[in-house]
Design a protein around this ligand. Structure first.
Ligand SMILES: Cc1ncc(COP(=O)(O)O)c(C=O)c1O
Length: 434
């Protein structure tokens, strides 16, 4: 492949110059493995990008997609509908806890962030509180690359280039000194949620629309919330009339051994965002799942029934092929009991990944379900270099381990065997030792 061809594609969130000098091309996939252009099988230790827990190239999904493409390849998303979108929305509403009964479809996690926060602001306007516009995010949060995503997210590298975003403020992150190498939920740190009270005192609840957090922060390196932290956020939001949004783009549909973090941690947000695993990564689709009170507010203040209640949406919202892919993917998770499998095997994964404690450069390890983050001691002034070197060395050894910021990240396929867990953990350990 000529150099000029590689130069034409500006790759996202990628060190382009490094990649183009050392291309890592993936040409096929099957189960928990990628096939590379140089003919190697590489274990997919991040399930794509936290997308493909049920394994790659599942024929049930490709068959459903092919059938749908041949029956109805596209239908207009505005003012017309197709039955599968309504069935999928019903299914998601049935799965989601409590009164999370209404679904707005998007194509990505970033669009879910924009949609959820736009709806939150409009909801308060309809409720007669138009000054409630500020969104509270959290340091080290990731909610996508849209203006909403970078405004409410809290990862410096994703924010510093762009100037003024949408008005927001931030809770502190929840990585407390002393909690390093905690297995699962840290037992101390729930009081960090009290900072929300301080932000509310600073800005006043009359100016705050919503708080958006990932129940477990994924992209910053699997930051697990202290026990009781999310429940306390919920209490404070209730006390001050602030909506709570859970960004479950990574945590929903099995990653943490439950359908949703909201169910696993027994804390129900007002709005719950999902994407990625909903189609097993095969087709772009996101969904914003909202409580009755929010949907009802829009319907009741819509005026005449010919009025559009929410002037928002995307050409590909509820794309029929995406809906077909989602139905087939959810069928697989249910039929094969993959979410229970993650729950059953998570303690084994926890034990294995924490065996890396004491390995050179390992500063911290965090885990929940089939997700783990490993913070590495940086080269002085170069926080991202060591994880990249380790990730690339693992790739050469046949293991895809995500490197991002100062962390390595694992998001194992739900079908991972015990032997594969050992192999990938050993590959990381051996690489760090050498
Ligand atoms: C928690 C979370 N929210 C939002 C996003 C953005 O999703 P997308 O890349 O599909 O826009 C991501 C992507 O990794 C994510 O992890």
């Amino acid at each position: 492949m000529g150099k000029s061809q590689l130069d034409a594609f500006w790759m996202p969130y990628t060190a382009n110059r490094h990649f183009k000098a050392n291309p890592r091309m993936i040409v096929g996939a099957e189960g928990a493995y990628y096939l590379t252009q140089d003919g190697r099988r590489v274990f997919d230790g991040l399930s794509g990008l936290w997308t493909t827990g049920a394994g790659h190239c599942r024929s049930e999904i490709s068959n459903a997609v092919a059938l749908q493409l041949n029956a109805l390849d596209y239908s207009p998303a505005f003012q017309f509908g197709h039955p599968l979108a309504f069935s999928l929305a019903d299914r998601l509403a049935d799965m989601a806890p409590d009164s999370l009964n209404h679904v707005f479809f998007t194509n990505s996690g970033s669009e879910c962030t924009d949609t959820a926060t736009k709806i939150a602001r409009a909801y308060w306007r309809l409720a007669g509180s138009p000054s409630k516009t500020k969104i509270i995010g959290r340091v080290k949060g990731y909610h996508g690359a849209s203006w909403g995503g970078i405004s409410f997210g809290g990862i410096t590298a994703n924010k510093k280039l762009w100037g003024q975003g949408v008005e927001s403020d931030y809770l502190r992150h929840t990585m407390l000194p002393g909690n390093e190498f905690t297995r699962g939920l840290p037992q101390s740190g729930a009081e960090l949620a009290n900072e929300l009270e301080e932000l509310i005192m600073l800005h006043d609840a009359s100016n705050i629309a919503a708080v958006i957090v990932e129940p477990i922060a994924g992209s910053a390196g699997v930051i697990v919330p202290p026990a009781g932290y999310l429940a306390r956020l919920r209490e404070i939001c209730d006390r001050h009339d602030v909506l709570l949004i859970f960004d479950e783009v990574i945590t929903a549909f099995g990653r943490i051994g439950d359908w949703f973090a909201a169910s696993a941690f027994n804390v129900v947000p007002d709005i719950l965002n999902v994407a990625k695993q909903i189609t097993n990564g095969t087709f772009p689709l996101g969904a914003v799942i909202l409580k009755d009170k929010i949907y009802t507010a829009f319907m009741e203040s819509g005026g005449d029934s010919h009025n559009v209640e929410l002037p928002h949406g995307y050409t590909y919202s509820s794309h029929p092929v995406a809906c077909a892919a989602a139905m087939a993917s959810l069928d697989i998770l249910e039929r094969e009991g993959l979410i229970d499998r993650v729950k059953q095997m998570a303690p084994m994964f926890e034990t294995k990944v924490h065996q890396l404690k004491g390995t050179p450069y390992v500063k911290d390890i965090r885990n929940y379900g089939f997700a783990a983050g490993i913070t590495l001691d940086p080269y002085p002034g170069e926080p991202t270099r060591r994880p990249m070197e380790v990730g690339l060395a693992c790739w050469e050894k046949g293991f895809y381990v995500r490197f991002a910021g100062d962390t390595l990240q694992l998001g194992l396929p739900f079908i991972t065997t015990e032997a594969e867990m050992d192999l990938i953990v050993n590959a990381i350990g051996d690489t760090l030792k050498s």
